[in-house]
Design a protein around this ligand. Structure first.
Ligand SMILES: [Zn+2]
Length: 214
């Protein structure tokens, strides 16, 4: 269940064997700090399962795991891959990971654009990590955008659920400000990629731009 978990006889506690070697400074989304299981051992096990799962969801842990796996593959294959190639791979994986987080949010904004649905609602702010809040969204008590996100989760979008549950409060990427930034980013690439034809043929971007949440 936790292949990274190791027990230190000397320190009499549990550590993450990947992070103690490969997590250099924490970081990642929200600049998570290194602490229990890395800088010092876990010695109380009352809420161990939850704490271990939380650790496993940290960005720096994912990165450490990747570094450890790369190191082992490289070591076992006695493969002299250059550091640059490995760093590129990490970069690529971070990009893929962030893309996975952002994609449901961008797709939901695009859905609204294609159907001329304003994003605006009665309430646009706050975390959507709790099931209660998502129920409010599903019941139409908050904005359409938040309602659609809740609907995606109800239909089994585990990537989105995982993102909303694990992202730090300042990095959920669902605030009105981020919605506007996404709209502007899509607008700026209009005609240059796959999104272009949607706006050019259906002309649906104009109405949504008018519903900006300023
Ligand atoms: Zn770890």
């Amino acid at each position: 269940m936790f292949p990274w978990l190791a027990y230190s006889k000397c320190k009499e506690g549990a550590y993450c064997k990947y992070c103690i070697v490969f997590a250099f400074s924490g970081g990642g989304v929200g600049h998570q700090k290194l602490g229990k299981l890395v800088k010092y051992p876990m010695v109380k096990y009352k809420d161990a399962l939850k704490e271990l799962q939380n650790h496993q969801n940290n960005d720096y842990h994912r990165l450490s795991t990747q570094r450890a796996n790369d190191f082992l593959i490289n070591f076992e294959n006695t493969n002299n891959k250059s550091v640059n190639v490995l760093l590129d791979k990490h970069k690529q994986q971070t990009i893929e990971y962030n893309r996975k987080r952002l994609m449901p949010i961008v797709k939901t904004i695009l859905f609204c654009a294609r159907h001329n649905i304003p994003l605006r609602g009665h309430r646009e702010m706050g975390s959507m990590a709790s099931g209660n809040v998502r129920d409010f969204c599903l019941n139409g008590e908050q904005g359409v955008f938040r309602g659609l996100l809740a609907f995606r989760i109800e239909c089994g979008d585990t990537d989105l659920l995982n993102h909303l549950e694990t992202a730090p409060k300042n990095c959920t990427m669902i605030s009105p400000q981020i919605q506007n930034e996404v709209i502007e980013a899509i607008g700026s690439i209009k005609g240059q990629d796959q999104f272009g034809p949607i706006f050019l043929t259906h002309n649906s971007f104009g109405p949504i731009l008018k519903t900006r949440l300023d």
